[in-house]
Design a protein around this ligand. Structure first.
Ligand SMILES: Cc1cc2nc3c(=O)[nH]c(=O)nc-3n(C[C@H](O)[C@H](O)[C@H](O)COP(=O)(O)OP(=O)(O)OC[C@H]3O[C@@H](n4cnc5c(N)ncnc54)[C@H](O)[C@@H]3O)c2cc1C
Length: 461
């Protein structure tokens, strides 16, 4: 079989379109969020239906092309594109159907968080997502997904009630608690290893539409005090609130006094989903600690979700490493406060996600998610830079921070969605041996040829 002759057959039954180098939309379609990735697929199948996806998967297998599956295109590693292979682009499959009575939403795999939030908020509903609204729901859900609502309602994958999946043999199957439950278990944490998800069905919660935000910022000299304060207050936050702490430079935003634009330091943000009075009580200790400046305001939930979008715009150069620490211990704080002043790019950022509350509700083996279900911080050290040269400097800084933090880590686990490069030795550690081996057996059952390997790859047992 030659690719060129059979391409005509693929195109004939295809709802979307197939792009090749030289086509007008080719460069747009192959671009990913991380500007450091520059891969040139031989073909890009821009799917519009599950049938398109199945046809593209079959075509890729029959023609021997390496496959890459692109949801929102936000993997740091560039796993969703492929040199000289077939990129299956799902970005046009971005419809959202909300059932406000059942409180569920069926979402296409090309949706961004912004697409899902916009549709669900029309009914005052939401599913936990990430903190940057242009991120794709597909990769985020299949690996975990945590953000403002995780303290209340768990990970994104904890709220998945079903999915449609195109398997490595081109069959379309349903995965849920009732149908193919082993597949349903595996895709909730096992990433894109088991097939191409063509729709995600989520359980929704009542949120907003107005919520409260409190953002407090300290300079570098006061970072240690601030992190110790966060350590005190974060565990007692009610489930009606979510928090995020980050080492970063203050943005040149209207709510930042001009003299502090680009100042390096630390921000602590608390979002409240309950009453304004409750939120005021929760942020009082931060205000009393004398920040450099603060921004406390009611805002629409969708504005909270997109508030830090500009800190990581599409096409920026990026690299990251992450690890789990049990708490902001004195050792963790001293490494962080020593390392943060050494970063080179003003855009580089170190967010610390506190996982607690609803995150801890599911049992360890209810899903394939790798992180243990007791409270912890996921510390993400991210180099983000406008130029490749500056990125190189901060790539070294990221590795230096990571090495310094390793002795403080809770275990060797890592959140798979924060792996900027595929580190084979860390994959087994990410899941733990028992979960990894169960995933490897399911991989052997669902994708024995490892057709879907451009991901945090679990090799078939
Ligand atoms: C700016 C930024 C902010 C982020 N913030 C957060 C955050 O707050 N919380 C959080 O939890 N994570 C966060 N992440 C990490 C994010 O969860 C991952 O980058 C995730 O992989 C993005 O999914 P995507 O669909 O956009 O990526 P893609 O690059 O499209 O896909 C990622 C992986 O999933 C596979 N895949 C994609 N779609 C499918 C599908 N339909 N079926 C099967 N496999 C598929 C791809 O092949 C690839 O291996 C952030 C990432 C970025 C870049």
């Amino acid at each position: 079989m030659t690719i060129d002759t059979d391409l005509a057959t693929l195109r004939a039954g295809f709802m979307g379109n197939v792009s090749t180098p030289g086509d007008n939309d080719y460069d747009d379609a192959r671009s990913l969020w991380n500007g450091m990735i520059d891969l040139r697929p031989r073909l890009i199948a821009r799917c519009e239906s599950a049938a398109d996806v199945a046809a593209a998967v079959r075509f890729g297998i029959d023609s021997g092309l390496e496959l890459a599956i692109r949801g929102g295109g936000h993997s740091f590693s560039g796993a969703s594109c492929v040199e000289n292979g077939l990129m299956i682009d799902l970005s046009r499959m971005n419809s959202v159907a909300v059932d406000p009575v059942a409180k569920t939403a069926v979402c296409g795999p090309g949706c961004t968080l912004a697409d899902v939030d916009a549709a669900t908020q029309e009914h005052g509903l939401a599913v936990p997502g990430g903190t940057v609204s242009h991120t794709g729901i597909a990769g985020l859900t299949l690996g975990g997904g945590f953000g403002w609502l995780t303290n209340g309602h768990g990970l994104t994958l904890d709220n998945l009630v079903g999915a449609d999946v195109v398997l490595a043999d081109g069959r379309l199957v349903r995965a849920s608690a009732e149908e193919n439950p082993d597949l349903f278990w595996a895709i909730r944490g096992g990433g894109g290893n088991f097939g191409v998800v063509t729709s995600f069905e989520y359980r929704l919660h009542e949120v907003g539409p107005m919520v409260n935000l409190g953002m407090f910022f300290w300079d570098l000299d006061h970072g240690g005090d601030m992190l110790r304060l966060v350590r005190e207050i974060a565990p007692s936050l009610p489930r009606s609130a979510g928090s995020l702490v980050a080492a970063l430079n203050a943005p040149p935003a209207p709510f930042v006094p001009e003299q502090h634009h680009f100042a390096p330091g630390y921000a602590c943000m608390i979002a409240g989903f309950g009453s304004a009075e409750e939120h005021a009580r929760l942020v009082a200790p931060l205000r009393d600690a004398g920040p450099l400046f603060e921004f406390v305001t009611p805002m629409p939930y969708v504005a909270l979700q997109s508030m830090i979008d500009d800190s990581a715009p599409w096409g920026i150069n990026a690299y990251e490493k992450a690890l789990n620490v049990p708490d902001l211990t004195d050792d963790v704080i001293s490494v962080i406060t020593e390392m943060v002043p050494l970063k080179n790019s003003p855009m580089s950022i170190m967010p610390m996600f506190h996982l607690n509350g609803g995150y801890c509700d599911p049992g360890e083996d209810d899903t394939a998610f790798g992180g243990r279900r007791n409270p912890m911080y996921v510390v993400n050290v991210a180099a983000v830079a406008p130029t490749p040269d500056l990125l190189e400097l901060d790539r070294a800084w990221v590795r230096q921070c990571y090495d310094a933090l390793i002795p403080c880590a809770r275990d060797t686990g890592v959140y798979v969605n924060f792996m900027a490069e595929y580190e084979e030795d860390r994959v087994r550690a990410a899941y733990g041996p028992a979960k990894h081996d169960r995933l490897a057996r399911l991989k052997a059952a669902y994708d024995p040829g490892n057709v879907f390997h451009r991901n945090i790859n679990i090799k078939p047992a």
